[in-house]
Design a protein around this ligand. Sequence first.
Ligand code: 4AD
Ligand code: MG
Length: 468
Amino acid sequence: MLPLIKDLLTTDPSGTKDGLEALVRGWVRTKRDMKNLVFIEVNDGSSFANIQCTFDIDSHQETAPVLAQITTGCSVEIKGRLIPSPAAGQRLELAAGEVRLIGDAPEYPMQKKRHSLEYLRENAHLRARTNTFGAVARVRNRLAFAIHQFFQERGFQYVNTPIITASDAEGAGAMFQVTTLESSRGDAEARGGIDYSKDFFGKRTSLTVSGQLEAETYATALSRCYTFGPTFRAENSNTSRHLAEFWMVEPEFAFAHLEDDMALAEDFLKHLFQTALKDCAEDLAFFNERVEKGIIDSLHKVANAKFAHLTYTEAIAELEKAVSKGRAFDFKPFWGCDLQSEHERYLTENLTGGPVIVTDYPKEIKAFYMKQNDDGKTVRAMDVLVPRLGEIIGGSEREDNLEKLEKRMTELGLKPEDYYWYLDLRRYGSVPHVGFGLGFERLVQYVTGMQNIRDVIPYPRAVGLCEF
Ligand code: 4AD
Ligand code: MG
């Protein structure tokens, strides 16, 4: 494998007489002509930095006709010698000797000028060639790897939970159906119902909203596991933090209580922030300057501070206090209401000034599987809230008592017999266990400062949006 531009830019040619021989392959970002000197900035996506290739036409006349054809967006191969750069702006440059145009780029839609994020979203197939989206892709990649590292180092086994499923993991009904009955559907509906026994799987199936329930079956066998995969929500939420298809990381572990879950979530997020600060420094410097001023400082701060803890009941009291002091919310907070994004942001941005973990929510606004508190009103849920975004993690201790779980499912209109396998975990060797889900795109949003979740996944899917 040839060294990438990132590797070339970290070599040290100082001991050589006239530089190190090097071969560069990539896409042209810019070309500047200055009399007999031509400068081409080439980027191969391996890092934020371009390599500057300098052509001295006087000593390499044969390159002139090729250089004349080169424009922004072309793919090129350039041979030369890597030398300390005589000019400011870069440590090294390539004193170029040979150039080959691999693919030209007439009327390239990604010109050097700054394009709007909307324009880039319409050109999502080319946007990874821009500074912003190249940086997002690299940070996303590093965070994905850091997630595996974090869990692998702590004895969590990676489990691949199914994407097509017959159960609703959140009991919320926001699922996309999977069927091959489409063609006969109109007729079936006219006859008064669809016969799912004739469908591909012989029953009604959907895309999963979460791998949690299946992860629980492994956590209650392997003690510690995690899933990391795509999840789907057919919610009609057209916001800057919701997608219809997003990636979720879900650790699940046995012999543990909510306090352990909270501690793991905090360690996990801090590990991810620290990794990004250490290994994505160049990309973060770009986000700090061009996307979200001060983001590096704020990541350092949260990577080192203790997360605040509040119960839901305390959180509501604080929100009500804020209202009485004149704070206006679109939705008036009251005990029993689901926290809106504006409430979450108040708690994390104004009240605690950093990440906060809210626990013990009313059972009515949380999923059926959460462990019930003795008060009969609340469950052992936790949401981790962060500035700018609100909820980044949602999790809980799981109900490990068979009777309580069956009763709650029935109250909510779920059929316990459909979840017999899930209930079996409470029948055979039941243990206290916990887990949480981190929205991977929300994490990437938080670390990069990108405003819209549609800009941190290569091809966003949302209501009315499924391009590419
Ligand atoms: O809070 P949620 O719905 O929790 C679960 O799905 C649990 N089964 C997780 C678990 O305990 N194993 O989702 C978890 C996280 C949220 O905190 C949020 O970060 C993200 O997933 N999320 C979304 N991200 C993007 N678009 C959406 N529509 C999202 N819905 C949830
Ligand atoms: Mg949630």
